[in-house]
Design a protein around this ligand. Sequence first.
Ligand code: 5AD
Ligand code: SF4
Length: 481
Amino acid sequence: MYNETDFDNIDIAAEPPTEEPDRQFYFMAKCRVWVREFEKKNSRRPCFFTQTFGCQMNARDSEKLTAILEQAGFLQAKTEEADFVIYNTCTVRENANNKVYGHLGLLNAYKKKNPHMKIALCGCMMQEPTAVSKIKQRYSFVDLIFGTHNIYKFAELLAVSLNSDTMVVDIWEDTDRIVEELPAKRKYRFKSGVNIMFGCNNFCSYCIVPYVRGRERSRKPEDIIKEIRFLASDGVKEVMLLGQNVNSYGKNLTDPLTFAELLEKVEQIDGIERIRFMTSHPKDLSDDLIAVMRRSKKICNHLHLPLQSGSSRILSMMNRRYDKEHYLNLAEKVKKAIPDLAITTDIIVGFPGETEEDFLETMDVVKKVRFDSAFTFLYSKRTGTPAASMDGQIPEQIAKERFDRLLKEVQAIAAEQADLLVGKTLPVLAEEINRQDDSLLTGRLSNNSVVHFAGTKEMIGTIQNVYLKEAKGFYYIGSLQ
Ligand code: 5AD
Ligand code: SF4
């Protein structure tokens, strides 16, 4: 096991092991030797910087990249002016790709100043052949490129890249492997993401995720439970179970287990006080899950349930496999079962063929469900997805105008929803010192809303009862009780 590994006793003159994760431990030991030599030559340790784009799954992956770099002996830098910079990329919308290209221009300037600097790119965007060939041509100063399927091989790729003068590229088309037991450096000591599954089989017609993250694979429940027990023993109080479609967890296991059953197992782990999960797909949300959420003392009062569109016609073109009525009924059912539940969502505006009537159907669902918060997106054409070649692509101006109307409605409703809790005293997990005012702490309610309140840094990582004095749209101002 990683925690018990003594890296300095690994014989790196021997052939690398073929088994995982031992093979990666061997390469971590190799990287340590490289770091020691760097230190001898330059009288300082090399430093690294990781930048994460995209979703919670990428954030969790970056915690693993960080742990490997630290284990190798690198020091964490505060800016991109570092010896090793790695971007964990996203490609769900075009602007995610554009951000990476923008940053690469900046990195090139840093690299000219620092001859030691190495630049690595990984994550979803690297699974797109067009992006990789563009990087090879126009950004040839990048040193290492790898994708989502072989991220567990980071230590090995790092060792190869540190000892190479040319660009190292290793992209796999798919994998059925899940490598356990690799280290992770948590951003917060008291909360952690936990992958329960990888990939997605849904093929929503606008979405690139199934192409870049591969087919759905569930981790074995015993591995998940083991990881969460370890996290609890290491001070973690809140876990976020992560997957593109957690409601279909367990279907492909040798001994199938439902997501609801998995949650019941997680509930029993001592030390874990809060359980979150994302993302749920409305087509698969079972009555069993609702019953488990209702019974649970630890599952948070929050359900992220992407709507995408309120028009049944558009939902069918999106291949979402539910219609407006199903979504409305489901939202009503969960709200009735769990009265304090916050429902949040994702909505796409300007999907090909979306008419004003379709858009008004979306607005209608927004008004009926009254989301506590919603992420709204302009449809972004992703090459290779079915929607990219559909007729009726919506002019940007029309999409933007609908987007603005939607955002206004979503924000007005979210503010009214937030007002409902003003005057109540509720448990808040204190997470960090407020970034603007260091006399304040910032924490979260069970329903995921942010609360700022006066407190001391010793409270970070503890659950405190906080009186909610005022709602300010996105957050509350509270005071300790
Ligand atoms: N354009 C716009 N938004 C998208 N999403 C996924 N693919 C696209 C796309 N092509 C949004 C969906 C999803 C969220 C993570 O990103 O709303 O739920
Ligand atoms: Fe993309 Fe749909 Fe899978 Fe979510 S469920 S990752 S939107 S294909």
